[in-house]
Design a protein around this ligand. Structure first.
Ligand code: SF4
Length: 550
């Protein structure tokens, strides 16, 4: 607290709040902790949306900055340790050594062990893989005590040493935190409490997925959420812009939802501008955030899902609209990110990149003669046939994430996935034929699932083990935070949970020989991925398949 108090001693002599919202000094932060060494997806888009209204927000990913600070600060404690950590990071950024599985894992483990040692000391889950280790944030913890326990930790030191001074928080009129997991929610509260104690005059706003799904008790708890001036339960940059507008008009509220957005900030075509490129400004030290030889960035091609029928999904059309962007605008943006920030790999982060969109992307890349490496996620479609998949390979598609969910027709039917196991098999065959790397998602313990359904899925995964590179197992009840029809579906299930599914699968001799298990993920040994908790960002493409000469 001392640091912020000291910091507060100038009593923040500053200009009064301007009467034009566009002149407000706005800061938006992704609080610690999310995946280390990965640029936040939320911030650039939130900022782009606000820029489309004329605001000029200043964005910082405090999580990535924290990890950089954590590894660099060692220099003052032990040069030897600092050199070892620096060497491990260099291995991961070296194209030759990164793709050597032994070097890769040794370097990664060295860094992770160091983070784990500090985590043990501070009782805070510092980790390079947030979901691969049992989270300290369990449902049972007392949230207030957890926030209090952050005092005296490295996280607090980082806030004093780095955030307080480097980011000059006292100069902002509005500071927003976008929290997407429980830890981020709690660390936002911790930071906001410190800012209020230090009398930093900015209007403090908390939003993000973690706030939308938080128990109302948390949001109403004065000790926890009282340090925020406004809470955003729904919406993005549009709501943030509205808050700024209300602030200058002295009518700012505590709780905001999408319906509070006035026509000035309402985008009729969707949550984001769709017909023009976003000005995605990434933090200047973006390249420091990667522990890989390639820079990978997640990019949206559409909001929502054009299928939109799956009963468990938040992209179900009953609750979410579908708003695709022009593909040529998407490619403009990719080119711009390539030129400006040396981003070489793109993860098209739509939940369901449909075949017609994939074909349009191929058209555009072919037209421009552009070499971009990309990956996408999709449900199973008959239209994803050898012909289209081959074109995608030729145009730089390096990985397809497929929502298998279950290999039981009865469960697929209940989920309203709109395809059968036979159709999945056909698509896997075609993906294998064009040598497309594949990642599968499975939902475990879906309401109404029986042990027989689970066994079917495990058998399917054993049978097709040569046709995918990795599988992520997601527990329906515990992990599928976005599920929106919980009441209709209930939670009764006799299906196996993720752990049981993986245990059975890994007991298979062939699977065991070829795959390694990390948390809820199994992945092909030695295949170079950058690992995330349930997404896999491909780090290397082994060159483009040669196009057939006509
Ligand atoms: S699960 Fe996938 S395909 Fe189904 S509605 Fe959601 S995003 Fe669309």
């Amino acid at each position: 607290m001392k640091g912020f108090k000291k910091f507060a001693s100038n009593a923040y002599r500053r200009e009064p709040i301007p009467d034009d919202p566009l002149k407000l000094r706005v800061g938006i932060f992704a609080p610690p902790l999310v995946e280390a060494f990965q640029p936040s997806l939320t911030l650039p888009y939130l900022s782009a949306q606000m820029q489309s209204f004329g605001f000029t927000p200043n964005c910082h990913n405090l999580s990535s900055l924290f990890y950089i600070w954590l590894f660099r600060k060692v220099r003052l404690e032990s040069v030897e340790l600092y050199r070892s950590l620096r060497d491990a990071m260099s291995v991961l950024r070296d194209p030759d050594r990164f793709y050597n599985p032994e070097d890769y894992h040794e370097a990664l483990e060295y860094l992770e062990d160091y983070a784990a040692e500090l985590a043990e000391r501070d009782k805070i889950p510092y980790t390079l893989f947030p979901a691969s280790r049992v989270s300290i944030i369990s449902k049972e913890i007392d949230l207030s005590s957890f926030v209090k326990s952050m005092a005296g930790t490295l996280l607090e030191k980082f806030l004093f040493d780095y955030v307080g001074f480097t980011l000059q928080l006292e100069t902002f009129d509005v500071i927003g935190f976008s929290a997407n997991n429980t830890f981020q929610l709690l660390s936002s509260i911790f930071i906001a409490q410190k800012l209020k104690q230090a009398k930093i005059p900015a209007h403090l706003v908390l939003g993000g997925h973690a706030v939308s799904i938080a128990d109302p008790v948390v949001r109403e708890d004065d000790e926890l959420a009282g340090c925020f001036d406004s809470l955003v339960l729904e919406g993005g940059g549009d709501v943030f812009a509205q808050i700024c507008d209300d602030l200058v008009k002295h009518r700012v509220k505590r709780i905001y939802k999408s319906c509070d957005v006035s026509s000035r900030y309402r985008q009729t075509e969707g949550l984001f501008p769709l017909g023009s490129p976003y000005h995605l400004s990434l933090q200047h030290d973006i390249n420091d955030l990667y522990l890989s030889p390639h820079q990978i960035f997640s990019i949206h091609s559409a909001f929502g899902c054009n299928y939109g029928a799956c009963i468990f999904c938040s992209s179900n059309r009953k609750s979410a609209l579908y708003a695709p962007r022009n593909i040529n605008i998407l490619v403009d943006e990719m080119e711009w990110l390539q030129d400006q920030y040396r981003i070489s790999h793109f993860n098209i982060s739509d939940n369901n990149f449909s075949p017609d969109r994939a074909a349009l992307l191929c058209d555009e890349l072919e037209k421009r003669g552009k070499k971009i490496i990309w990956q996408c996620t999709s449900r199973v479609y008959d239209e994803y046939n050898t012909q289209l998949l081959k074109r995608m390979r030729e145009n730089g598609c390096a990985l397809v994430n497929v929502g298998l969910e279950s290999a039981s027709d009865s469960i697929l039917n209940q989920m309203k996935k709109g395809y059968t196991v036979k159709q999945v098999e056909r698509m896997l065959d075609d993906l294998a034929e064009v040598k497309m790397p594949v990642h599968l998602y499975c939902i475990c313990g879906f309401p109404g699932e029986t042990s027989r359904d689970s066994e079917r899925t495990v058998s399917f995964l054993k049978k097709h083990a040569g046709q995918y590179h990795s599988v992520y197992f997601q527990d329906y009840d515990a992990q599928l935070a976005n599920k929106v029809f919980t009441n209709e579906l209930g939670n009764d299930t006799l299906g196996y949970d993720a752990k049981r599914m993986m245990d059975i699968l890994m007991n298979d001799r062939d699977v065991n020989q070829n795959f390694a298990q990390y948390g809820n993920l199994i992945r092909l040994k030695g295949y170079p991925f950058i690992e995330d908790h349930n997404f896999l960002y491909l780090a290397k493409e082994f060159g483009y398949p040669v196009k057939n000469k006509k």
